[in-house]
Structures are given as C-alpha cells and as structure tokens.
Design a binder for this molecule. Structure first.
Ligand code: KE4
Length: 426
C-alpha cells in the first residue's frame, strides 16, 4: 500500500472521502493528486496524467482555468461566508435562468445529493403523495429515498440500497428500467394516485452513459401529466455538458423541476434545484416545505460558478470545439479497439462518454451490466500505466474538457492502441 493511502486510511474509510476514488472496482490503488491544470492532473510522485475524470464533471473548462481561479481569489479577499443574502447569488441565478428557461425559481445547495433530496421532498410536499419513481442504475446522490435497489419484478417497491436505510423509506420508491415507458405506465396504473414524481437522469451517466431512446423523455412527460405527477430531470451531470443548457433544451421536454451541480459550481461545492415558480413557492420561507444550509450559496463557490458560466457563454465556439474533440476521441477509441478485434460499444452525450466492453448496444442498466468488467479493468490499468487517467469504473463517464488538445487526443488514442494490443492477448 502506498504511504499516502496507508496514512489516509488511518483517518478515512478506504482512505477516501468518496468511495469511487478508492479504485476498488478496478482493484488497484489510486494515485493521490496534488495539483491540476488544463487537461492534466499531477500526482504526489510528480507523474502527470491526461485527465478524463475532470473531477467527475465540473472541470469542463479544464483544471485551474485562469478566469475561474482569479474570480475565486478576488472573492475570497471579501471574506469566505456571511450566512446572509448576497448579490452574487442573484447574478448566478440570472445566468442559470438564461441557460435553463425551465428553471423559473431556484435554491442553491452545496451538493447534488442535497439538490435531489430537496427536490424529492418538495415534490412530495407539493403533491401530498408519498411515492417516487427512479430508474434502475440511476444515481442521484446518497439521499435515503434514492439510494435504493430494484425490488423483485418491475412494479414493486424498492429495497434499501445499503444498510442504514429503513425499509419504510425505501418502500416509498419505485424502480423501473431506463428507456422502458411500459414499465412506468404499469407503475402509475398500480400506484396511480400515490406517485409524487419521477426523477430521471435525462441522459444517464451513472450506469455509464446511456442516451434516452427517441420519444422516451416525451413519453415520461405525458405519463406524469396524465397522472398529475411531477417530472424531475436530474441534470447534475448533464447540465452544461452537451450545450449551454441541458437535455431539456436539446429535447424540448420541460421537466417540472431540475437539479444541477458539478459544472454550475465550477469545481466548488455548489448545486441547484429549481423549476416551476408555483412549485418552488412551497419552499420555506415562502412555503411550508423546509430546506436550509449554512453554506448554501456560498459567495466563493458562487463566484466560481459565475466565472465558469460566463466563460462558457462568451465563447460561441466553445461547444462546437468541445463536441468535435469528443467525437474525434470516441471515433479514435472505437477504431483502435476494432483494429485489435476487441468488441466495445461507445455511448456519448456531448462531452461525456463511456466505452463499454460488450458487443451489444447498451440501452439500460441490464445491458450495461453485460459488459466485461474484467476487460474494462485491464483497459483501465493499461491506460493508467500509460498516464491516461480514466474514471475507475465501467459504470462511470469519461469527461472531456475545453482544455483537451489535439495532441492529448493523439496520445490518448495511441496509448489506447497499445493497451488494446496488450490486453487482447491476455
Ligand atoms: P454529489 O452529491 O456527489 O455532488 O452529486 C450527486 C449526484 C447527483 N446526480 C447525478 C446525476 C450525479 O452524477 C451525482 C454524482 N455523480 C458522481 C459520479 N458518478 C460523483 C462522484 C462521487 O460520488 O464521488
């Protein structure tokens, strides 16, 4: 065990502050990162990697982007936190409403988990109904209601996703397969007037990237309308990842509530839930649904978010270049695998992508789980050895940033060829 991991493990479970960072699913030790810039991260042994984790999505501009760093530095000089309203929060809210017309009113919180947890409580408070529908393999943070697993069968109530979650809470969540409108229809028929909302990643990122089938999101909108339930788009990962807005903008499907995180905070602890003003008016102090936070809307985090969104908004070629880079990488990896006779699938939404080690299309969690995770592990280790830092799980997404250069892509694809050559024979 590395000396860093050994010491950290004295203080933190697994030596980490979020489980995926421990690299357990790829059976190797994580490098401890000491700094990052652009498309690179540098570990405590001064090894520099081309980074496709991007701190799990926030680093869309690349790490330590100068306008974001300068905004944080300057704001910090004014003091770190006041626990009082500030005008910078209003400025960020205006930017968010401009990018997400489906968000009329919002509340800032400090993590995506807080955002989805609050959105679920709000949906239950607004509809006065107990049940929530989520998709099998969908991840919405570690709130009790959403950290659940599919029960047996399709329309049954969920079971706790881990110890510590009471059956009484888990059983208020219904789990359906992603991309299966019939299953959602059946759940509404079985529990008609008890369903407050369906929460969905409109493009999944946590079973690996899985895109919605044509008509799926539109179908969810209709089923929720027909059953007077709310539709919640969890865009914590997809927000600003495929355009200067969300999947709701691209598909023109309007959710009642949206959650955001990651990019919107520019790498600082900031997330958002918001949507229809009539629903948000239920939130204290305007309404009876309580939600609060000491560091909610923290001015330093807000300054990072403002700088990030302003940078994304001001460069009209940003997304054109980002999507072209992402497409080139995807094509290069597919060709490299094909040349070595290794069967992979690639699912991509904008600048987030997953390479699945399977020869059949991945359209939901069941098909994602058919991937050869041992082959994924060999791929991951081979690329890490070649200084390419990938997400340490088959069921996560690679994130490409505006800082990834042609040279980064060429090196990544070259190293992928070397790795595919190496792993095909053993
Ligand atoms: P956080 O509480 O980690 O800020 O956000 C939870 C969350 C909510 N919704 C979606 C769609 C998410 O992807 C996430 C968090 N994503 C994971 C990566 N798959 C964060 C990485 C981690 O858990 O360390």
């Amino acid at each position: 065990m590395s000396k860093e991991l050994e010491l950290a493990s004295k203080y933190f479970p697994g030596g980490v502050n979020s489980p995926v960072r421990a690299f357990k699913s790829v059976g190797c030790e994580p490098p401890f990162i000491k700094s990052a810039y652009g498309s690179r991260v540098i570990d405590t042994n001064d090894i520099e990697y081309i980074d496709y984790v991007g701190t799990w999505g926030p680093a869309i501009l690349g790490h330590a982007e100068e306008s974001v760093i300068e905004a944080v530095r300057r704001k910090a000089l004014d003091g770190l936190s006041f626990g009082a309203p500030t005008m910078v929060e209003t400025e960020l809210a205006q930017l968010i409403c401009d990018a997400f017309p489906v968000i009329q009113k919002m509340r800032f919180v400090s993590s995506g988990t807080e955002a989805t947890m609050s959105a679920v409580r709000l949906a239950r408070g607004f509809t006065n109904r107990p049940y929530i529908i989520k998709c099998d393999g969908g991840y919405h943070g570690h709130g009790d209601s959403l950290l659940v697993s599919a029960g047996s069968g399709v329309a049954t109530l969920a079971i706790p996703g881990c110890p510590g979650i009471p059956e009484s809470i888990a059983s208020n969540t219904l789990v359906v397969p992603f991309n299966d409108l019939e299953a959602v229809k059946k759940v509404f028929e079985t529990h008609k007037d008890k369903i407050a909302a369906m929460i969905v990643e409109p493009v999944c990122g946590n079973m690996g990237v899985v895109n919605p089938k044509d008509g799926y999101l539109q179908g969810l909108r209709k089923l929720c309308d027909d059953n007077k339930a709310l539709l919640i788009f969890d865009e914590v990962m997809t927000g600003f990842r495929g355009c200067y807005g969300g999947v709701s903008k691209i598909t023109e499907v309007t959710p009642d509530l949206t959650t955001l995180g990651k990019v919107v905070g520019g790498g600082m602890p900031l997330a958002v839930y918001g949507g229809r003003a009539d629903i948000m008016s239920m939130i204290a102090p305007d309404g009876p649904v309580y939600q609060a936070g000491t560091l909610s809307g923290n001015p330093i985090a807000v300054a990072a978010g403002i700088a990030t969104l302003k940078k994304l908004k001001s460069d009209h070629t940003f997304y054109l270049k980002l999507l072209s880079t992402s497409e080139k990488l995807e094509k290069g990896l597919l060709n490299a695998a094909r040349e070595e006779g290794i069967k992979i699938q690639s699912n991509r939404y904008g600048a987030m992508m997953t390479i699945f080690f399977t020869d059949s299309p991945v359209t939901d969690y069941e098909s994602a789980k058919k991937s050869d995770t041992q082959m994924f592990t060999k791929w991951f280790k081979g690329m890490l050895k070649r200084k390419i830092y990938l997400p340490p799980s088959q069921f996560e997404a690679m994130f490409i940033s505006g800082a990834h250069t042609e040279a980064d892509l060429e090196k990544t694809i070259y190293m992928a060829k070397e790795t595919f050559k190496e792993i095909k024979n053993n």
